[in-house]
Design a protein around this ligand. Sequence first.
Ligand code: HEC
Ligand code: HEC
Length: 267
Amino acid sequence: MMQHDLLSRRTIGPKNILAIMALLLSFSLNLLAEPFPTSGYDFLPDDMKEIQDDDFLNPGMDTVDKGLMHFQDEEYESSSCANCHGDHGEYLNREKIAGYPRYSEEHERVITLQEQINLCGIEKLDRFPLEYDEDKLVALETFVRSKANGQIINVEVSDESRDFFELGKSLYNRRFGQMGMTCSHCHVQYQGIMLRGSKLTQGQTNGFPVYRIDSRQITTIHQRYNECFLQLRAEPYQRGSREYRALEYYMGVLSNGLKVETPGVRY
Ligand code: HEC
Ligand code: HEC
């Protein structure tokens, strides 16, 4: 269902593809490029910036509130995330949150923030695993990430995590779909150019999960990847897949130096 919705809204027809290719070729030396990294926020018109900046106007704050509710929810074991991390998450490590995805010595792999939250639920609270990107996990992620707002993103790569980083990097630079385009074509070379009514940004991940004015939904990073794959007329990977988690890791490194801005507001 959802995929169909996306297709009808987002798919680019053959005529459009030619138009886009022509447009992109004409900008092969892009004078609109911002220095790297620049947040998607800086590409927004002023009225959208105001909505993101104002907690009362930002519709993404509803999801933050829902996340807080789940955070304090004692469910059946009469214990909750708040038991360890503080009633409003005041004992959460903000600096660490801004470093996800990060390598876990204990699990001997890179874990995303959603995976960390899920692991805490399973290991510390004896709860059932949540599915990747399911509403409850997304709300918790949005709440937890918003606690780190303003914190500088610092995603690290070590010897142990190098392969995973390289997988993400190769996906970012791989040609996909009929258009044979890579992520970096649109988000590095052609940033600043208008495409279908909105400005192409650097595709940074520092605002995620973001609230989308278009769909009136909170959107996760992996959901956004799906949309970009559909724009490329390429088969998307699964949300939570190794490929998407590796992309998220690589793109986390690309966002290093930017501030966490969850929930961002986007078209
Ligand atoms: C019994 C105590 C306990 C409970 C309950 C718990 N956690 Fe944790 N949590 C931890 C510990 C300990 C760490 C540090 C783990 C590490 O560094 O590998 C952690 C790490 C985290 C982190 C990474 C940031 C940080 O502060 O280290 C997040 C985010 C997090 N937990 C979220 C949650 C959420 C959401 C829940 C509820 C679903 C939850 N936790 C339940 C103990 C707990
Ligand atoms: C045909 C051009 C195109 C390609 C190629 C493309 N995207 Fe996008 N992408 C967009 C558009 C349009 C948007 C919405 C406006 C913006 O933020 O650039 C977007 C937005 C994003 C965002 C959200 C940025 C924000 O601040 O909200 C991310 C993340 C992203 N893309 C990742 C990717 C990844 C990963 C790939 C490669 C698999 C990719 N994109 C390939 C067109 C593209």
